[in-house]
Design a protein around this ligand. Structure first.
Ligand SMILES: [Zn+2]
Length: 409
């Protein structure tokens, strides 16, 4: 029956008769995951549902600067009564905390060491040059002290920010500000461990799902020491709690892999439909998912928590630092390979000087990322402005950027 809205005798709309032999389903039945959440949905789940934090959300507190960290903590405090953390997350938090601390400390130490070396080199260069032309002592000192002051200022700022997050004392859990905050916020909000038989059963189920590519967690299959089952353990613990409470669930995670999210290329749309269906089957309720930067935004827009734009930006930046670095490297390698010469074999332009090629040569993907091309030098071509224009024209883009295709900047 497809006729909808027939006019009845009295002019009222008459809905089609339902045939009892067939269940009556609508567009979103079993496809709830495709429904775009409204502000009201988010408000409801943030105030009456269960907000589940993934391990990376907790560990990111060590990667943020103080402002971002305080803003996220403020949001967590605001939704404290709805927070719930699976036991698996706490297991992974403690296992990952040492590394999170050391990574942060190492990057500070690397920066300081490298600056010290550069500072010495710069002062030596000036001093040697001054000697060579016989510059008098006070003029030399004036120059070198400008350098020394500048380096001192930068080093001081780095040390301030590093220390700002309490890095000197954070290894001690009694003085770590992150632990101090989480201890209060999560008091009484951490789930219990599964019983031994249930745990063993869940690990077997995780293996079965990994083989059959059933979300979540199959992308982690093969991680050592049984860590491949981590995502599924988190999920099973969440399902049990949701079943017990019969409330909607908002899962906050920075993990944007396709075994959690419905994705198109690199864009995340929402939870995998299978996950939404599974939660619905177990608890009768709805699944929402967001990334930390969205939680910050929601905290501001839906709950009136003060959150700085910079905090949202920093949380967003943390998402894919590795990929961006990789792309920049691939681009630099391509430019080096071209060595000042446009890579179009029919190009009429003469070779470019080093300065000119840095400014003018452009790196383009042979096959765009959107078409499944790889982001490495083999899939890149270096073109002069003329050939680049012809290339764009030939691809029917008329020079327009396709988002992923243009990597020159
Ligand atoms: Zn050319």
């Amino acid at each position: 029956m497809i006729s909808v809205g027939l006019q009845g005798n009295d002019g009222e709309l008459v809905m089609p008769q339902q045939d009892d032999s067939h269940p009556s389903n609508g567009l979103f039945d079993d496809f709830e995951a495709y429904r775009t959440p409204t502000s009201a949905d988010y408000r409801r789940v943030l105030t009456t549902g269960m907000v589940v934090l993934d391990t990376n959300v907790l560990l990111d507190l060590y990667r943020y600067n103080r402002q971002t960290r305080d803003d996220l903590l403020a949001v967590l405090i605001k939704i404290q009564t709805q927070l719930w953390v699976p036991r698996q997350v706490v297991t992974e938090f403690w296992a990952g905390r040492d590394l999170a601390l050391m990574t942060r400390r190492d990057s500070t130490r690397d920066a300081l060491t490298s600056l010290e070396k550069t500072a010495r080199g710069s002062v030596d260069a000036v001093t040697n040059w001054a000697k060579s032309i016989g510059l008098d002592k006070s003029a030399t000192t004036e120059l070198t002290s400008v350098l020394e002051n500048a380096y001192r200022h930068v080093r001081g700022t780095i040390e301030f920010h590093a220390d700002d997050t309490g890095m000197a004392s954070v290894r001690d859990t009694t003085t770590d500000p992150v632990i101090e905050a989480l201890k209060r916020i999560l008091a009484g909000r951490v789930g219990s461990a599964l019983s031994d038989p249930d745990h063993a059963e869940a690990v077997r189920e995780a293996e079965r799902r990994a083989k059959e590519k059933i979300p979540p967690g199959y992308r982690d299959d093969g991680k050592p020491n049984g860590r491949g089952a981590g995502d599924y353990l988190l999920w099973e613990q969440t399902l049990r709690e949701a079943q017990h409470r019969e409330v909607d669930v908002l899962l906050v995670t920075r993990d944007v892999k396709e075994d959690w999210w419905r994705r198109t290329l690199s864009v995340t749309h929402g939870p995998r439909p299978e996950l939404a269906r599974e939660l619905k089957a177990r608890s009768g309720r709805r699944l929402f998912m967001t990334q930390p930067q969205d939680l910050l935004r929601l905290g501001r827009e839906v709950l009136d928590v003060t959150v700085q734009d910079e905090s949202v930006e920093q949380a967003t930046r943390l998402e894919r630092p590795i990929r961006r670095r990789h792309l920049a490297q691939a681009r630099a390698q391509s430019i080096a390979r071209a060595d000042g010469v446009c890579e179009n074999p029919n190009c009429a332009s003469p070779p470019f000087s080093r300065e000119a090629s840095a400014k003018l040569l452009q790196v383009t993907f042979l096959q765009s990322l959107a078409e499944g091309g790889k982001d490495d030098p083999e899939n890149m071509i270096v073109l002069c402005p003329n050939c680049r224009a012809l290339w764009d024209y030939g691809r029917g883009r008329g020079g327009a950027q396709d988002g992923g295709g243009q990597v020159s900047s």
